[in-house]
Design a protein around this ligand. Structure first.
Ligand code: ADP
Ligand code: MG
Length: 269
């Protein structure tokens, strides 16, 4: 049995988490045959478009329905609730040719969603065991990080853009991961859209915090256009500098090791 990897992409809002997640997905599906589950864990749900995926319903939609049933008293005890949710989750799971996709979405209504959210997190943990690789595009709020129960081999990718707020958020995320005792095997920083002459300064500043600068994604006009036109980033070619950079990052993270093997065997398409 091969190692199961769970990769979470986190960072402040707008720094490029969804972009990074979409390009990591692209790298994995283009260069490996690994079974891949991609999860949009951000309620804003930008990832389906970035990947060109149609979602029938989000987990949040299902949870909202479940909450209604609970409020109306038409459901039994804890076990029944979990069963219903587990059954319905497959409604939200989009099974694609190259990867499966799940959108967490958000629950509607007032009050605390802790209960439903906790269930969702458990289910996500169970589900991810069926895939060699699970990729999570996280929300800036980190809800899912703080509720994770999963102790699989994990990589936390923190994306930063050249802003003080993104830097501070990166440190907070790292600290939060420690606080909630998620022992990531690796925590890495990706600098997105930094002017090239800022790289050394960033690397030095991160080193003071014991954080490695793992990779840089350049600003990419083609990517910006593709996003603006609402086209999937998976359609970008390897000519795109951001795509190239993320392919290297994916390789360095060990997500493409199978591809490396295929290449060595001369069977890579
Ligand atoms: N390397 C890049 N080159 C050009 N545009 C980028 C790059 N990274 C992100 N963007 C753009 O910045 C915006 C925010 O990126 P996004 O990935 O949605 O951030 P997040 O998911 O962290 O909120 C999007 O419009 C995206 O197209
Ligand atoms: Mg996003």
């Amino acid at each position: 049995m091969r190692e199961r990897l769970v990769v979470s992409v986190a960072g402040k809002g707008g720094v490029g988490k969804t972009t990074t997640s979409a390009l990591l997905t692209r790298a994995v599906i283009e260069m490996t045959k690994r079974s891949l589950l991609v999860v949009d864990a951000d309620p804003v749900m930008n990832l389906p478009r970035a990947l060109g995926v149609e979602i029938p319903s989000s987990i949040g939609d299902i949870a909202t329905r479940l909450r209604k049933s609970i409020d109306e008293g038409s459901l039994g005890g804890e076990v029944a609730k979990q069963d219903v949710l587990e059954g319905e989750i497959f409604e939200a799971l989009v099974e694609g040719e190259k990867f499966d996709f799940l959108a967490m979405g958000r629950t509607e209504g007032e009050g605390c969603y802790c209960y439903v959210n906790r269930l969702l997190t458990q289910i996500l943990d169970t589900l991810s065991k069926n895939y060699e690789l699970t990729l999570l595009d996280m929300s800036a709020g980190l809800e899912h990080l703080s509720r994770r129960t999963n102790r699989n081999v994990d990589i936390l990718v923190i994306v930063m853009d050249p802003s003080r707020a993104a830097f501070e958020a990166a440190l907070r995320i790292r600290d939060l991961a420690k606080e909630v005792h998620i022992n990531f095997k690796k925590i890495v920083i990706i600098g997105n859209r930094f002017p090239p002459d800022m790289e050394e300064e960033l690397r030095a500043r991160l080193e003071e915090e014991n954080l490695p600068l793992f990779g840089m994604i350049p600003n990419d006009d083609e990517l910006a256009k593709t996003n603006y036109l609402g086209q999937p980033l998976t359609e970008l070619t390897s000519e795109s500098p951001a795509v190239k950079a993320v392919e290297e990052i994916a390789e360095k993270l060990g997500l493409l090791s199978e591809a490396t093997m295929l290449k060595l065997l001369g069977t890579n398409p």
